[in-house]
Design a protein around this ligand. Structure first.
Ligand SMILES: Cc1ncc(COP(=O)(O)O)c(C=O)c1O
Length: 290
């Protein structure tokens, strides 16, 4: 198992990987990023991640001077050098080096940083028993200030929420938006199940529109499970049958406690279990066709 860093095409061990202290990614969180993982050793949804990376960059007026082919080649080269059985890759594009001034005008050359390591394996009991989340008081960023739909390197909103959640003894924090509706967890999209149907916040509620979310909604609908993208009131949560979250690294993860109270019978429910299995089958199909 190896961790390797690729900075602008140079692969190196972590203790040799440095960027300028004048990089605006560090000074102002002025960067965008994506997280990729392999499944059974193969990348999946890489084009969707690159499309979102470019959309995020466009939304912050950051011109990425690298082609998709170059970025994918660098990722593959780094995977090959690291030789992990299942790879995690975090691709960051920062505004680059500039003056200590908020304006990006002095930054002429974005920095590409790729972190490659063995993919995190979550404890099996997170899936067999479910995790605990807590509703936190930190609100999700306003859509018209720092739109949660843009995956930037400024994740302080989620950092504040996870600090709160961990103090409450929960694994993750669920944030409401400024209108009081449910948005998402710190690094995952959030879903509830009631009477066999699934509900998740719509993009208008201020969420990162997850790539796993999109795939999950597709497999659910293809298999006759209704999914509503809508406004969700936190008052609905105590009466739901099931909760779960999704992300690229976690897949579909059941949530069996919220705010210290059991959800349903306190065990992962049938819809979450079925959706996890359908999602994995979809990944199998994607990677078997590669
Ligand atoms: C805030 C937030 N929401 C949702 C997600 C899930 O997105 P994806 O399924 O594309 O990994 C992430 C992933 O990092 C995230 O940071």
């Amino acid at each position: 198992m190896a961790t390797l860093i690729n900075i602008n095409g140079q692969i190196m061990p972590p203790d040799q990987a440095f960027i300028s202290v004048f990089d605006h990614g560090l000074l102002f969180g002025d960067s965008v990023y994506e997280v990729f993982t392999t499944y059974k050793g193969k990348l999946f949804a890489e084009n969707e991640h690159l499309t979102r990376l470019k959309a995020s960059a466009k939304a912050i007026s950051l011109k990425i001077p690298f082609t998709d082919e170059y970025l994918l080649e660098e990722m593959q080269k780094t995977f090959d050098a690291a030789e992990n059985s299942e790879s995690y890759a975090r691709m960051v594009i920062t505004r680059g080096k500039g003056e200590i001034h908020i304006s990006p005008l002095s930054c002429n050359s974005p920095t590409m940083i790729l972190y490659v390591k063995e993919a995190e394996k979550y404890p099996e009991e997170y899936y067999s028993k479910g995790i605990a989340i807590a509703l936190v008081s930190t609100k999700r960023n306003l859509k018209d200030s720092l739109n949660p739909g843009i995956k930037t390197g400024n994740y302080l909103n989620s950092v504040l929420a996870i600090i709160e959640a961990e103090k409450l003894g929960a694994y993750d924090g669920l944030m409401l938006n400024s209108d009081g509706f449910v948005s998402e967890c710190t690094t995952s999209n959030f879903y509830l199940v009631k009477n066999g149907g699934v509900k998740t916040a719509n993009p208008g509620c201020g969420i990162l529109v997850g790539i796993t979310r999109k795939m999950l909604i597709e497999v659910a609908r293809e298999n006759g499970i209704a999914v509503q993208e809508c406004k969700i009131s936190p008052e609905e949560i105590p009466a739901v049958d099931e909760l779960f979250i999704t992300s690229t690294t976690k897949g579909v993860m059941p949530v069996t406690m919220c705010d210290g109270k059991k959800i349903g019978d306190g065990k992962p429910g049938p819809v979450s279990i079925k959706l996890r299995s359908l999602y994995q089958k979809k990944l199998d199909k994607i990677v078997n066709n590669k």
